[in-house]
Design a protein. Structure first.
Length: 227
């Protein structure tokens, strides 16, 4: 339901996924630096991040209008026009925002997947550690750490961009990602969405979570040999 003068742009699954990824990533960092006794929670945050990112990728093909990759990814020409202030104001992601979304999803996916095979070189390891040799796990662990630095840079850039558009350009980005709506004056009626397809979204999440749980249960014991 939308209020008078507002039109729905972002569906509920997109909004919930956005904020849950933020919480899961923050939890991953916090539990990593909290010590080895928090590793179990670090893994849980990683599982949550992986399922959410995979869902968002799937939703980019079967979700609502502005959630689909085909609805917001643009070529170099559109990006150049946007930077020059030409063309219509995007209802969903801007061309630059689209690149940010794509980069964030790719980096998060690599970070979550490498965590499945990584280890802390002390006593804890990801659930798929037993499927590879220790040397390979150590190499993947190094990549896991490097990607985390890239992810931190992307998050900082994302926050700076949001601060610019909200504080300087006076665009209601944060409000839109909470309510899902934008002022009707900014959203032509034909570009608004009518619903959120919540049942479909829940079905996808259940399938993804079930497949991950099955893979984790079938993996060999992830135990690091100390000697």
């Amino acid at each position: 339901m939308t209020s008078e003068g507002e039109r729905l742009v972002w569906d509920l699954p997109v909004r919930v996924t956005h904020w849950m990824i933020a919480v899961a990533v923050a939890g991953s960092w916090a539990t990593h630096y909290a010590g080895v006794e928090w590793f179990a929670w670090h893994r849980r945050c990683g599982y949550t991040t992986l399922v959410l990112v995979l869902f968002r990728v799937a939703w980019g093909f079967v979700g609502t209008r502005h959630a689909r990759f085909g609805g917001f990814l643009r070529g170099p020409g559109a990006i150049a026009d946007y930077l020059r202030g030409r063309g219509p104001v995007p209802v969903g992601h801007s061309p630059l925002g689209a690149l940010s979304v794509l980069a964030m999803l790719c980096v998060l996916l690599v970070q979550a997947c490498t965590g499945l095979f990584a280890n802390d070189e002390i006593m804890n390891a990801g659930p798929f550690y037993g499927w590879i040799d220790p040397a390979s796990s150590n190499s993947i662990t190094s990549l896991h750490r490097s990607v985390s630095e890239l992810l931190l840079a992307l998050i900082a850039l994302h926050l700076a961009a949001v601060a610019w558009f909200v504080g300087v350009r006076r665009q209601p980005l944060l409000r839109a990602m909470i309510t899902g709506t934008k002022p009707a004056a900014l959203v032509p009626e034909r570009q608004s969405i009518s619903g959120s397809r919540v049942a479909l979204a829940l079905g996808i999440v259940v399938v993804l979570a079930g497949l991950l749980a099955l893979a984790v249960r079938s993996a060999p014991p992830a135990e690091i040999a100390l000697f």
